[in-house]
Each structure stands twice: as structure tokens, then as C-alpha cells.
Design a protein around this ligand. Structure first.
Ligand SMILES: [Zn+2]
Length: 179
């Protein structure tokens, strides 16, 4: 990949995932219905004096009817999710084993790594200095001095302290710095 193209952002094709839900609800309902059937069976067997064969037939009918209705109790639904991810490729310094004459050494190398990014608003961070000096005239001024603003960019030197300029042999501007 070309060095100048960093960082690059590529957006993936939409990723569609399908999820099925509703198993738990179905399970709860099934258990509830089963408990109801068992309760019904116990009441019936307790209240009516049935013969052994009748009891077996009755329980058999209950189990059979439960097996018939249970598949209808579990209702599932499908949910679709669509995702589009932005992938930014950046350079990252990592440690990697390299083999020199079959002896392993640790060396720092650049590898390409993908990270997910969010778009952010631009913010300029320009530092402001209290004083500006001219390397041409060897005078320094306060930031807001009219004469200081006339200094060409190639001759400008900045600092937050006056001592910075004094050490370098600058003289203070008589207009903006009163002694
Ligand atoms: Zn000045």
C-alpha cells in the first residue's frame, strides 16, 4: 500500500445477520402446560376410582395430546440486523520475532492494522505564544504588537518568556514592552 494514502477508510458491504428468538418463552409455556396436565391427571386419578387399565389409558391419552400440541407452543421469530463498518488502516509499531542465523531477536516493525473509527469534527490546535521575535532585527514584541505582526514568517521566533529572547541577545521593542 502507498505510504501517502494513510490513513484510509474503507466501508464494508452491509453485513446481514439473522437471529432467531422466542425459544425461552416457548420453553416456559411448555413447562407450564405440562404442569397443568400433571395436575389434571393427579386430580382425575384421585377423584375417580379407575381400574389399572383405565388409568394407563387415561395417562396415555394425556401424554399423546401433550405431544401433539407442544410443537405449536414454541413460536420463534427471526430478527434481521444490518451493519456497515468503517475500517481504517493505520500503521502500528509492534514487536516481532525475526530470525538472524536461526537466533530469535526482537525487532520493532511497522504493520498495518485495521481499527474502527468514528467521524470527528475538525479542531485546530494552534499554540499561542506571549512574545514574538525577529531573527532579522533581533527585537522581540508582545503577541499583539503592531510591529511584531510585521515580522515575516521566515524570521519569526516564538516564546512565552522574555528570558528566552534575552539569552539569545534580543532587544525588547520600545513600543510594546515598557521598562
Ligand atoms: Zn513591539
Amino acid at each position: 500500500m502507498d505510504e501517502e494514502n494513510f490513513p484510509t477508510i474503507e466501508y464494508s458491504d452491509p453485513v446481514i445477520t439473522e437471529k432467531t428468538s422466542g425459544y425461552f418463552t416457548g420453553f416456559v409455556i411448555s413447562v407450564f402446560i405440562a404442569a397443568l396436565f400433571i395436575f389434571l391427571a393427579i386430580i382425575t386419578l384421585y377423584m375417580f376410582n379407575l381400574t389399572n387399565n383405565q388409568e394407563i389409558l387415561f395417562v396415555g391419552i394425556l401424554i399423546l395430546s401433550y405431544l401433539i400440541i407442544s410443537p405449536f407452543l414454541i413460536k420463534t421469530r427471526k430478527i434481521r440486523e444490518i451493519k456497515i463498518l468503517g475500517i481504517k488502516t493505520i500503521k502500528e509499531l509492534v514487536e516481532k520475532k525475526i530470525f538472524v542465523k536461526s537466533k530469535p531477536r526482537i525487532k520493532r516493525v511497522f504493520v498495518n492494522r485495521n481499527v474502527y473509527v468514528e467521524k470527528k469534527a475538525k479542531k485546530l490546535n494552534i499554540p499561542r505564544f506571549a512574545y514574538v521575535g525577529s531573527t532579522e532585527t533581533k527585537h522581540y514584541h508582545r503577541r499583539n504588537c503592531r510591529l511584531g505582526k510585521l515580522i515575516k514568517n521566515k524570521y519569526k521566533e516564538h516564546s512565552n518568556t522574555q528570558s528566552f529572547f534575552k539569552k539569545r541577545g534580543y532587544k525588547h521593542c520600545k513600543m510594546c514592552i515598557k521598562k
